[in-house]
Design a protein around this ligand. Sequence first.
Ligand code: PLP
Length: 406
Amino acid sequence: MGLNIQEIRSDFPVLAEKVYGKPLVYFDNAATTQKPVSVIQAEADVYNHYNSNVHRGVHHLSNVCTQAFEDVRKKVASFIHAASSDEIIFTKGTTDSVNLLAGSLGDTLFSVGDEVILSEMEHHSNIVPWQLLQKRKGIEIKVIPVTDEGELDLDAFEKLFSAKTKLVSVTHISNVLGTINPIEKIIETAHKHGVPVVIDGAQAVHHLPIDVQKLDCDFYVFSGHKMYGPTGVGVLYGKRKWLEIMEPYQGGGEMIDKVSFSGTTFNDIPYKFEAGTPNFAGVIALGAAIDYLQEKGLSKLWEYEHSLFEYAVEKLKTVPNIHFIGKAKARTSVISFLIGTAHPFDVGTLLDKLGFALRTGHHCAQPLMDRFGIPGTVRASFAFYNTKEEIDRLVQALGQIEGMLG
Ligand SMILES: *Cc1c(COP(=O)(O)O)cnc(C)c1O
């Protein structure tokens, strides 16, 4: 398939680390991904060569930095096929993007008693901002239930709409179950009711090719650090027609047109939503992450990664007493499981001692844990720098651990 995985691995310095003297096996990619040298270098280059505040100066460095920063806005727009780079707002991450939306749409769109529809498989970052809005404004939250297989119940979804429904906000891919939600259908249904849709793409944008225009979603949000970019930078895509009528989320420098004590007018989009000095070094490094994905070929990377996932599903079935959470027909990248009655934390601790980095716990999705009546899961999540040999080692280690705990 034309991918040289050993060569790819050598692009990610951290993968060569040892943990307790054992080679690191990094299966916690749904929490954050590792960074290739090119991303680390891009951020260092800013500080080594052209660090200067953006959009501020007439001087050379500021212009170079501003150009590099704005080039990434164009790069992100083309990466997700936005109609215009004006529709790309840089944030701190997915959480920040959803808070921006809850804050701004809360003012623009919602009145007392209006409703937002979320799902039972949302990450806390797509629940709590809406609960804060609920407290502030007296809105209602409706929830799409999850089936035993770990899929959204679309019949129940249809029935949640009322004359008061103002917004639907759902995840593209579940960070716990790996379920790929049928967002095309969800968006179509919501639009039939005249309701805009937010998609949480934190687990999707680095796996699937995203075309926000084809999807026709109103908003799409994601984090840099989950797509091999740096921490502290994320994206909010919004359709121009929404961004233009939305109130600013925070006030400060850069987001204004003219400030006086008798009143302030705001800058155009996207700057209206970017108060203060942005994380320009992080944004520029995010651009390097997109370059990396495009150079290797996003679909080729995902094809390989999905084949790892399928291999892992088959191999893990051979572990005695393993029990999977989430069996959706369409899923990828993430496998959640439990071993017998062992607490996930105990399994994770034993795996850690063997050099494995897996996540255990509720994965910021406590309502979903409640849905399945479990305290948490052990989660293996894959990236294109993982290998079948690493999965074989995990299966062997889990067999050993099952024997110890059983
Ligand atoms: C990680 C994650 C988030 C939150 O992203 P942050 O980078 O922590 O802001 C939201 N939704 C999903 C599905 C995630 O996996």
